[in-house]
Design a protein around this ligand. Structure first.
Ligand SMILES: *Cc1c(COP(=O)(O)O)cnc(C)c1O
Length: 421
């Protein structure tokens, strides 16, 4: 590294040369000419809808197998998948569902759609995922389900959650919207609880712009979720050729997706194992560098995580010399170096888009200090497409963080100057 780009050189925030000046941001979402051609063929075939074409049912078999479950149901997005997973278990008014305080707000909203109560529990400081001890503390006579969310690809301690659920006879709905391909102790995420729910929204690791899927090992449950999301049709029934009436307790919706989305996902899924291996190699490379940089750590994958898919990469700045510099300042400095990191969602109930009155949810006494603390104020994310970049791009990311860490004093002085202004 030369004098102008050295780690002790002037931060780009203060007019120095950005570390990533010559790096082109990796593109998202993944695209290919082959998929474009197949989409054109599908378009000309006219078989655009689920029960005319082959792609929805093929995607369901392929995705279920990939994740290690028996059945899958394809739907419009990863919010209605959670809604159907809860509804299939009859959850409604008077019931409580335990949800982590730190997640995207779509984990919590389906509980409200069904008229049940959202009960927030705090997360662990290492994984930033639902803390089993906080779950136990949140259980009441009305608790019906737990929703572990495998956030940013890290994994909830599923051994602990399954043991709690068994002891209290509770349903477990895994929100895997950010954890496609993840494995806990040899088993695919989403196949451990009663239902696993995934999103294919634009930013998600596997994407068709919008979309979602539920997996389960229970055939009857799969059929209930299918009916709930396909306006009452039973699995396998062709358009207009319905033969039976859904159970009286199911309020059925049209949450179907198109064949175009299923086709895009099938093509991506066929390459996905390779992509997450690439992410993992790059994260390993980055971790070796970050281990020598004071002030930063990586979100832990989870006690028995054995394959992580990395939905974004979360760095936590809670040790010196970076711990007492405001996150917004650190992000300004990192962004100025040419690395587009950003803050997290923060706690669900503090999110700008979350508008539910406090009567719709329960918070533990004393709030959720981890969700409101390090998860909101010390953690930041790097978009996962950067993890599929060439190794020398990964080194540039490490160099940017190293430079900011080496310049902590200058950032401190800037803060002090701002405060005394
Ligand atoms: C994206 C996401 C959802 C919802 O998925 P949509 O497809 O956007 O509806 C649910 N939970 C989590 C944790 C998510 O990140």
């Amino acid at each position: 590294m030369n004098a102008t780009t050295g780690l002790n050189s002037k931060l780009a925030l203060f007019g120095g040369e950005p570390v990533a000046a010559r790096v082109v941001s990796p593109e998202w979402p993944p695209r290919s000419r082959e998929t474009a051609q197949r989409l054109a063929d599908l378009y000309m075939s006219g078989n655009w809808s689920f029960n005319l074409g082959e792609h929805e049912s093929a995607l369901c078999s392929e995705f279920a197998a990939f994740q290690g479950a028996k059945h899958a149901v394809f739907m419009a997005n990863g919010t209605v998948t959670l809604l159907c997973a809860l509804a299939a278990h009859g959850i409604g008014p008077g019931d409580e569902v335990i949800v982590p305080a730190f997640t995207w707000l779509a984990s919590a909203m389906p509980v409200k759609y069904l008229g049940a109560k959202i009960v927030f529990a705090d997360v662990e400081p290492t994984t930033l995922c639902l803390d089993p001890e906080r779950v136990t503390a949140a259980i009441t006579k009305r608790t019906k389900a737990i929703m572990p969310v495998h956030l940013y690809g890290s994994m909830v301690d599923m051994d602990a959650i399954l043991a709690i659920a068994k002891r209290h006879n509770l349903i477990v709905i895994e929100d895997c919207a950010q954890a496609h391909g993840g494995r806990w102790n040899g088993r695919g995420l989403g196949s451990l609880g009663h239902v696993g729910s995934f999103s294919f929204q634009h930013n998600k690791n596997l994407t068709s712009g919008e979309g979602g899927i539920c997996i389960t090992n229970d055939a009857e449950l799969a059929a209930r979720m299918y009916r709930l999301s396909h306006i009452g049709y039973a699995p396998g029934e062709k358009m207009g050729q319905f033969k039976s009436t859904p159970a009286a307790d199911l309020v059925c919706h049209n949450f179907r997706c198109t064949e175009f989305q299923a086709l895009i996902l099938r093509d991506q899924l066929s390459q996905f194992g390779e992509r997450i291996r690439e992410y993992a190699d790059n994260v390993k490379r980055l971790e070796v560098r970050l281990a020598d940089i004071p002030g930063v750590r990586v979100q832990s994958p989870g006690r028995r995580a054995d394959r992580q898919s990395y939905y974004k990469l979360v760095l936590i700045f809670d040790t010196m010399p970076l711990a007492d510099i405001p996150l917004s300042t650190l992000l300004k400095a990192i962004n100025a170096e040419g690395i587009p990191m950003e803050g997290t969602y923060g706690s669900v109930y503090s999110h700008t888009l979350f508008n539910l009155p406090s009567s719709d949810f329960v918070l533990p006494k004393g709030g959720c200090p981890i969700a409101e603390g390090i998860a909101s104020n010390r953690a930041a994310v790097l978009a996962h497409q950067w993890l599929s970049a060439d190794p020398d791009v990964i080194d540039v990311v490490a160099n940017a963080i190293a430079k900011v860490s080496a310049n902590a004093d200058a950032l401190q002085r800037m803060e002090l100057a701002t405060i005394s202004d």
